[in-house]
Design a protein. Structure first.
Length: 69
């Protein structure tokens, strides 16, 4: 999955696959996580958020299933 670099204090890059609705996040510490069944609008809102980390914490973590890659 292609990820786009982002400016964040804890996220290095973010990718999204619309066909499988999979969101992939690479953290600055090297960890990569995939979140499943994430609607495209959530990905778009994440990419447009003033703080990617805050958006992730409030709108994705604890809501969508995930797996460490």
């Amino acid at each position: 999955m292609n990820r786009q670099p982002v400016s964040s204090s804890n996220i290095a890059s973010i990718g999204y696959d619309a066909n499988s609705q999979t969101l992939e996040i690479e953290f600055l510490n090297g960890g990569v996580y995939q979140y499943f069944d994430v609607p495209q609008y959530v990905y778009e809102d994440l990419m447009n958020a003033g703080s990617h980390g805050q958006y992730l914490a409030r709108n994705i973590k604890g809501i969508y299933r995930y797996s460490k890659v």
